[in-house]
Design a protein around this ligand. Structure first.
Ligand code: HEC
Length: 156
């Protein structure tokens, strides 16, 4: 673009006749179109991320405690985290996600989310309110369920 401004550029030179046709640069239009395209791409990806985060883990044989955890998830969490915590809702991410594997998401953080809620941070679903009427035993069972499924699927 700056090349256009050089006085030696014949197309812009002042010693052309004032009525001589000047070439208009298509560059700024191209830049504008690129800008619009980029914005459109980002906004569509943004929306897709919101509706289609779905995990499809294989279900192992569950221990009794894990089965209880699964029931807790399907009564108290599935509205936002999907059936069995596999996501697919517009209100929360899957809990059975590698992001919540032991190594980077230890048990106490699970508990904290359940008892204290969680501000919007890693996703764009909004905040999670503290879960009503959840007991320490329910919370432990939820974690056992999540870990058994993660282990079975090699998510450590
Ligand atoms: C009203 C919707 C809603 C309900 C009900 C809900 N959650 Fe959440 N949860 C969310 C959202 C939204 C996030 C993501 C917050 C973020 O952006 O990091 C989240 C995040 C989490 C996290 C990750 C927290 C962190 O520190 O990153 C865990 C674990 C979790 N939820 C577990 C549960 C469990 C277990 C239940 C049920 C006992 C439950 N949630 C019920 C909406 C919900």
């Amino acid at each position: 673009m700056t090349a256009d401004l050089k006085p030696t550029d014949p197309m812009n030179s002042d010693d052309l006749h004032p009525d001589a046709p000047r070439q208009k640069s298509p560059l700024k239009w191209m830049a504008l179109m690129m800008g619009i395209l980029i914005v459109l791409t980002i906004t569509t990806m943004w929306d897709k991320e919101k509706i289609s985060i779905k995990a499809s883990p294989k279900m192992p044989e569950l221990s009794a405690q894990a089965q209880h955890g699964r029931d807790v998830i399907n009564t108290k969490c599935s509205e936002c985290h999907g059936v069995d915590g596999t996501g697919g809702s517009r209100k929360g991410p899957p809990i059975l996600h590698s992001q919540y594997r032991r190594e980077i998401f230890p048990d106490f953080q699970f508990k904290r989310a359940m008892f204290e809620g969680k501000r919007e941070k890693n996703w764009r679903f909004g905040a999670m309110p503290p879960v009503d009427g959840i007991t320490e035993a329910d919370a432990d069972a939820v974690i056992t369920f999540v870990r058994e499924v993660q282990d079975f699927n090699g998510i450590e």
